[in-house]
Ligand binder design. Sequence first.
Ligand code: SAH
Length: 196
Amino acid sequence: MFKVPREEFIPRDYRDYAYYGSTYLEEIPLPIPGQNATISCPHAYPLFYEPLEIKEGDKFLEVGMGSGYGAVLAREVVGSKGRVVAVEIDEVTYQFGRGNLERLGYSDIVTVLGDGSYGYEKKSPYDKIGITAVCRDFPNDLLSQLTVEGKMIAPIGSSQSQRLVLLKKIRRNELKTEYLGSVLFVPLKGDYSPAY
Ligand code: SAH
């Protein structure tokens, strides 16, 4: 996080708030181009990546690329031996995120425009998967694109009430889940969007 310039992922009008919101709101998500898209607040990234234990050499899938900031942080951790694939459903947001990655030289991050609840089978399986929007449940296709011993993290629930859940695939048909706490993320679009 010290290495990646967060302000580069934030539209010009909000750049003053890249690191601090205001006296009362130290960290806030900020709007980015597209419908209902935000760059998450800074602490959201370690909140996801530490329980996932993302490490050098991992193949990581991000559902909800947004600004591209989360994909770049992950790329810094997995290194050139790893691989980052980021999927975004909103075309305007996708172009914004892609532009940021290109401008900053992160050319080996694979970006995909589409519904990330179906993952991206072509580059699967993934060691780690992060979903950065609230979904009703872990999508089936993502479970099958996760390696055995792989981990996936997502906010699960409704748009008003959600819990961050860490899932570990113990064996092909054995999953273990752990609740990590309350969070507030924008809703996932598509078939796994929350019911309300
Ligand atoms: N990780 C982002 C922040 C994500 S905000 C960052 O670091 O900036 C959530 C994003 O998920 C939004 O951009 C939204 O358009 C996207 N999204 C919502 N539903 C999606 C889906 N089904 N597939 C892929 N992306 C989705």
